[in-house]
Write a protein that binds this ligand. Structure first.
Ligand SMILES: C[S@@+](CC[C@H](N)C(=O)[O-])C[C@H]1O[C@@H](n2cnc3c(N)ncnc32)[C@H](O)[C@@H]1O
Length: 367
């Protein structure tokens, strides 16, 4: 099974992750085949797999680490095997892991084990890590080194299923790619920001973009990253937020990421005309608050109404508004019905750390 690569992403954007991974692998000379039944069975919510042409060894993939530039992924592993176990107890899990051929451990020099776990089990992840480490050390004579490890054995448990693989990503996932000077409690995870930009069409046609609820600037950072990765000139990017701390923070984050010249202003999203000239934008891509920490007296209905009104003025005809809507989709849908200027191009549900949000992509009609 050394030719299957398994990666994690946010549930709801697996198609974006699948396509991005396939493109990166092809560019890196790692040819993929269409996924067979056993690899397809590894697909779970938030999990994507690619099957490489036979003959590409796990070691080659590990050395090349082909997916390290991916924007839509958290972690990447070379899949080694699925554990046969009772789905609940540690003893059964450990004996299932022992059945898997982990021969690469023998010459690795050093290793660490980590475990991710979703669901109800009779044990905790640190127990899996500790016990598996002890078993592997005895079996292969390779030393555990939690910091300077050469091989990272990953045990991923999702409900009653468990998988072993060699993790290619370091402990910090691929999503943690920026040096955040300002990191508020609520930020959008970078793979979701990336997927929004892909689904909105920005990634294939970068053009003038504004984020009116920019917070720490995640969407602007991703938009800049997509353009620079494609070797394209940076299109006009700008952001705004009502909170002065967020404005300062987003500016600092953009500078720290080496993206100068992106204006970030303090403006209420319902009054975008103060900072964005009429009909100047190709895209508004944004993550408004979901309602938990709205300003006193402000309803989500009036926030959405103000945003859509602002967007009709700031977007060029044919321009795109992509936004995430939290629990109160009813309020958003009621507002949307009062804006026949917009057509709904796309709607999907994305999981954001236990919270489900709807991603809407709207297009401003040309006539
Ligand atoms: C969910 S956060 C955005 C997080 C951002 N995507 C990030 O990754 O950091 C929502 C942001 O909207 C801002 N906000 C709330 N009401 C606003 C309004 N009426 N106009 C502009 N910004 C507003 C908040 O200050 C907050 O920074």
């Amino acid at each position: 099974m050394g030719n299957i690569i398994r990666a994690t992403t946010a549930p709801g954007i697996e198609d974006v992750a699948q396509d991005e991974g396939a493109c990166i692998l092809a560019r890196g000379g790692f040819r993929t085949v269409s996924v067979g039944d056993s690899a397809a069975a590894l697909r779970l919510p938030g999990v994507v797999v690619w099957e490489l042409e036979p003959g590409i060894a796990a070691g080659e993939v590990r050395r090349g680490d082909p997916l390290r530039s991916a924007r839509s992924l958290f972690h990447v592993a070379v899949h080694v095997g699925e554990v046969v176990w009772d789905g609940r107890t540690l003893a059964s899990l450990l004996s299932g892991i022992e059945e898997i051929d982990l021969a690469d451990m023998r010459d690795a020099g050093s290793f660490r084990v980590s475990c991710s776990r979703v669901g109800e089990h009779d044990f905790q992840s640190p127990e899996v890590e500790r016990e598996t480490g002890t078993i592997m050390q005895a079996r292969y004579g390779t030393a555990v080194d939690l910091e300077g490890y050469a091989l990272h054995l990953k045990v991923d448990i999702v409900g009653t299923r468990a998988f072993c693989g060699y993790q290619l990503t370091r402990r910090k996932g691929l999503d943690r790619r920026y040096r955040w000077v300002y990191h508020p409690r609520v930020t959008l995870r970078t793979p979701i920001a990336y997927a929004m930009l892909v689904i909105a069409g920005y990634a294939s046609h970068p053009d003038a973009l504004h984020d009116p609820f920019c917070g720490s600037g995640t969407i602007l950072l991703e938009a800049a990253g997509i353009a620079s990765q494609g070797g394209l000139a940076l299109p006009s990017l700008s952001g705004s937020d009502r909170d002065p701390q967020a404005v300062e923070g987003a500016r600092a984050n953009l500078l720290a990421a080496g993206v100068p010249g992106v204006p970030v202003t303090r403006v209420d999203a319902r009054e975008l005309a103060v900072t964005v000239p009429e009909r100047s934008l190709a895209y508004i891509v944004t993550n408004p608050p979901f309602g938990i920490r709205l300003a006193k007296g402000l309803s989500l209905y009036s926030l959405y109404d103000g945003l859509l009104g602002s967007a009709t003025r700031a977007l060029r005809p044919g321009g795109t508004l992509a936004l995430l809507v939290g629990r109160q989709r009813g309020a958003f849908n009621r507002v949307l019905r009062t804006y026949p200027e917009f057509s709904r191009e796309h709607l999907r549900i994305v999981e954001m750390g236990g919270v489900y949000a709807a991603l809407y992509v709207l297009r401003l009609r040309v006539d």
